[in-house]
Design a protein. Structure first.
Length: 226
């Protein structure tokens, strides 16, 4: 189990007792069929991970496809030594790029990190093709995710092409605040720069501009959206 998770910092990986948590699985994924949930319970692995855990490396063959039960996961691409945040995976969602790699037996084109403490259900790649044939609701889940991710990627491209950097930074912070349920974000300039594919110094200058405009306030250890 541990060999499937690549850490960026020390963290405790805790398998969860599936029988004891089956009611929670049914509650969180209530939109899926009972037989599919039973298959998840039998063959899937539940894990609890701290923030900053690397789930998948670029170029790695995918062994498991995650479904987020609690928490938040970030998916990145990397070009010319720069990283760019593609999308967030929220509870009840999965990683379509991982599924695509499994279906085509290709190495991963992305890498993924936990943004915060998260509970994940890891589905064995070897079961995906079989379950897509046996359980129509699983197809529905992934088709819905394809549509959502496509729309998000189009929006990311439009932001890169047409939005000023200050607008991109504020929209990024606003979306992160919405996902975390708080207007006070414990985040560093370096992390914002990594997610948006730019330099830390550029982020620092732009945040000062946003602060003067009354849109954010920088406090010890974080940023408050006003």
């Amino acid at each position: 189990m541990n060999r499937l998770i690549f850490r960026t910092r020390p963290v405790t990986l805790t398998p969860i007792d599936m029988p004891a948590e089956y009611a929670q699985l049914k509650r969180i994924l209530s939109f899926l069929d009972g037989p599919l949930l039973e298959a998840f319970a039998e063959y899937g692995d539940w894990v609890e991970l701290g923030p900053g855990v690397q789930l998948l490396r670029e170029g790695q063959y995918v062994k498991v496809v995650p479904i987020v039960l609690e928490g938040l996961v970030k998916v990145y691409t990397q070009t010319d030594q720069k990283e760019l945040l593609l999308y967030f995976i929220q509870p009840k969602e999965s990683c379509i790029m991982s599924l695509s790699a499994v279906m085509h037996n290709d190495p991963s084109k992305i890498f993924a990190l936990t943004e915060e403490k998260s509970t994940l259900l890891l589905i064995p790649a070897g079961k995906i093709t079989q379950w897509l044939k046996e359980f129509p609701r699983l197809n529905d889940l992934f088709y819905q995710q394809y549509d959502q991710r496509y729309a998000e990627l189009i929006e990311t491209i439009q932001q890169l092409l047409f939005n000023r950097l200050d607008q991109r930074i504020y929209e990024y912070l606003d979306e992160l605040a919405r996902l975390k349920g708080t207007r006070t974000l414990n985040i560093r300039h370096r992390q914002i720069a990594q997610d948006l594919g730019t330099a830390r110094e550029v982020i620092t200058r732009t945040l000062k501009k946003l602060e003067k405009e009354g849109k954010v306030s920088q406090v010890d250890g974080g940023i408050v959206l006003l």
